[in-house]
Design a protein. Structure first.
Lengths: 246, 148
């Protein structure tokens, strides 16, 4: 039995829970919750009190818009990784469909995170793009996933495309985690991001409780909205397939 | 991984997929290492030797050639499934190689200038762990590509 299959059956019992979650999340309640949380984060993010910090000043409010994008991106990419592993151990094409659409949505989140970050950097660090390890790692990670889309486009046969892109997706996820989360923390001096390059993490000093009250709902809200986008894309694909084969 | 169909069929019959990817990795890493050492000798003979910390430089060459060998073996295995389209190989490997090369340049620069800083150890750890992770991934994932 291949190692991955053993991992899938024994070490990730959550796989079944994700399938259950799929049935559970058919209702409207979580979409409404996502919209309410995002609206709350946008309005509350602009109006709630924030700590007065030097250099950052009021741009600290970008925390509510910039960081949730990355959280949503990574959560969706993790979902894509899980469905890719499921595809490899089951051969179910629907899983491959979910994996690829999750990547599309998470790339949108990634680009939004990049743009909000560039805006922020323009006001605090003086230029939209600095030679920061984390910025370069992020750019490279997004390039890796763009290469995933190109790889899918270059394969015609459905099953072969599903298999090759699932293998590349697992590979890409590990590389993405290395480039965004590991290497910037390992490199000694040249990162401007909090929590990287020897800097203290953001939450330790700067984030007080009134900020957390907006920050965590923003993460949940954007993730739910991303999941909604994913489910819409999947439903469109389903309709297209039906029109194609009927 | 750019062999023709008949040879792949032959390999399929005589060896396990794990054996094939491991032998590919060892072969590619070795050839990269030997070529780099040869190039280094030629450069030293004709242009002189500016390297201060030679042991560190050799370690960098070793880590770099094994890393490139592993990453390119795996990526070319993926690219070969797209019908030997040469541009796919470049598109897939470019973003993965880039941070790896960046780390290698940093470490070799320190080796050439003879800078001893705690940063060097971090570079070595990053390179070594990246090699190990990519090798483990190739070992696990290659069987899925191989069965066709």
């Amino acid at each position: 039995m291949p190692l991955l299959q053993r991992l899938a059956t024994f070490y990730f019992p959550t796989f079944g829970a994700i399938n259950l979650g799929y049935q559970f999340m058919k209702g409207i309640w979580w979409k409404a919750l996502g919209i309410i949380l995002v609206l709350y984060a946008i309005v509350g993010g602009l109006l709630m009190p924030v700590p007065a910090m030097p250099i950052l000043n009021e741009t600290i409010r970008n925390t509510y818009y910039h960081i949730p994008m990355w959280f949503a991106m990574m959560i969706l990419m993790t979902a894509s990784l899980v469905t890719s592993i499921q595809y490899l151990s089951s051969g179910n094409l629907q899983k491959d469909n979910i994996a690829s659409e999750a990547i599309n949505v998470s790339l949108l989140m990634g680009f939004l995170g990049l743009f909000t970050g560039m805006l922020w950097a323009n006001f605090t660090w003086g230029s939209p793009w600095t030679n920061d390890v984390k910025l370069n790692g992020t750019a490279v990670a997004i390039l890796i996933y763009v290469a995933y889309i190109i790889l899918r486009g270059s394969l015609q046969d459905e099953h072969r495309r599903a298999k090759v892109s699932a293998v590349y997706n697992i590979f890409a996820y590990v590389m993405m985690m290395l480039f965004i989360n590991v290497i910037p923390r390992m490199s000694g001096t040249d990162s401007l991001h909090p929590g990287n390059g020897g800097n203290p993490a953001f939450g330790e000093y700067d984030m007080n409780n009134s900020m957390r009250m907006v920050f965590y709902p923003a993460i949940i809200g954007w993730t739910l909205v991303g999941t909604w986008m994913l489910s819409l894309k999947l439903r469109i694909n389903k309709i297209e397939n039906k029109l194609l084969y009927d | 991984m750019q062999e023709n169909e008949e040879r792949q069929l032959y390999y399929y019959q005589i060896a396990s997929p794990q054996g094939i990817i491991l032998s590919k990795i060892i072969y590619n890493s070795l050839i990269m290492f030997v070529l780099t050492i040869l190039a280094l000798l030629v450069y030293i003979t004709f242009l002189g030797n500016p390297i201060v910390n030679f042991n560190l430089f050799l370690l960098t060459v070793f880590l770099g050639s094994t890393g490139l060998g592993i990453i390119l073996s795996m990526v070319s295995a993926i690219a070969s499934k797209t019908g030997n389209n040469p541009t796919i190989m470049a598109i897939l490997s470019f973003p993965i190689i880039l941070p790896f090369l960046d780390t290698l340049i940093g470490l070799s620069l320190n080796a050439i200038n003879g800078i001893t800083s705690p940063q060097n150890l971090k570079f070595i750890i990053v390179l070594g762990s990246m090699n190990a992770i990519v090798a483990a991934l190739s070992y696990i994932l290659f069987p899925y590509l191989w069965r066709d």
